[in-house]
Design a protein around this ligand. Structure first.
Ligand SMILES: Nc1ncnc2c1ncn2[C@@H]1O[C@H](COP(=O)(O)OP(=O)(O)OP(=O)(O)O)[C@@H](O)[C@H]1O
Length: 290
């Protein structure tokens, strides 16, 4: 596997285009961005703006009906066009992903401990006995106090928050350089969400890992990330520090998002604002598509 080239960022995406199907409907258009080692970048945007497609392109997990051009380099290794063998080495060794819905990402027929151990075995060749202690340690590190019991449980025996932590343990156990999180806490209630985000924050720090964090929610992104990038209609329309983007949003969509986050300005009895109250995205999309 290629080693890091001096000066090259950990993740470098250049002119990435992704479209789908025979009609080549664009999902990501001319996307370029970089992420340095240990950096944490939030990726926000309305539904369908291309956030998940971007993360799947970085992981080399796009479906067969996707047409891809451009370049995605992780640790100076090109993802686009790489073989399955090269990609599976990169995934787990260098990058990993936490998905929104752990129930679909976890194998229902395997205990949680075995699933974490499997990641260790595949990427570090750990022996089964040695893996058990490493797995229990990792489950403890993601805030599961009864780690030994959780290791022996099947996914359906756990709560949503516990399952999400098991996924996080799988994503972090090999100390990857880059962790991609796609709406990891959207399905959780607010207090569990806050705890899971805190654990993620601590574990990213401990591993010195970079993070690409996808969310609809600026408040969630600001708990984990240093910077935020806003996607709209398959393109990046804005990037800056959390303080910059919250304090002085530039794009119409971002202005709407920041305005809707100001719940303190909502009078009792008034309906909650939505982005469309501040910005007509549909009209702009129609304009761009013409
Ligand atoms: N497998 C697929 N086949 C066809 N079109 C797809 C496929 N996956 C995604 N798309 C399309 O690509 C566009 C971008 O989708 P993507 O899932 O990246 O959006 P998103 O910003 O992550 O949205 P959300 O916040 O709702 O998850 C959408 O128009 C979507 O319909």
């Amino acid at each position: 596997m290629a080693t890091m080239t001096a000066g090259q960022p950990l993740l470098q995406v250049q002119d990435l285009d992704v479209c789908f199907g025979r009609r080549r409907i664009p999902a990501v258009r001319g996307l370029s961005f970089e992420l340095g080692r240990g950096q944490r970048l939030g990726l926000i945007g309305e539904s369908g703006s291309g956030k998940s497609v971007t993360s799947l392109a970085v992981m080399g997990l796009l479906p067969d009906n996707a047409h891809v051009s451009g370049s995605v380099q992780v640790n100076a290794h090109e993802v686009i066009g790489s073989s399955d063998k090269e990609l599976s080495r990169l995934r787990g060794d260098v990058m990993s992903m936490v998905f929104q819905e752990p129930m679909t990402a976890l194998d229902p027929t395997m205990t949680c401990g075995r699933q974490v151990a499997e990641v260790l075995r595949l990427h570090q060749g750990a022996a089964p006995g040695a893996a058990r202690q490493a797995v229990v340690d990792m489950l403890e590190r993601v805030g599961l106090p009864t780690a030994s019991r959780i290791a022996d449980a099947y996914p359906h025996e756990l709560s949503g928050g516990q399952r999400q932590r098991v996924m996080m343990a799988m994503a972090l156990v090999n100390a990857p350089d880059l962790v991609i999180c796609d709406e990891p806490t959207t399905a959780l209630d607010v207090t569990v969400q806050a705890r899971v985000l805190k654990v993620l924050d601590e574990q990213l720090d401990a591993a010195g890992a970079a993070c690409l964090f996808i969310s609809h929610d600026l408040a969630v992104v600001s708990q984990v990330c240093d910077e935020v990038m806003v996607m709209w209609h398959g393109r990046v329309v804005e990037r800056g520090s959390i303080a910059q983007v919250l304090g002085d949003p530039q794009h119409g969509y971002t202005k709407g998002l920041v305005a809707t986050a100001r719940l303190d300005l909502v009078e009792p009895g008034q309906r909650l604002p939505v982005v469309e109250d501040f910005w007509d995205g549909a009209a702009q999309r129609a304009e761009e598509d013409r």
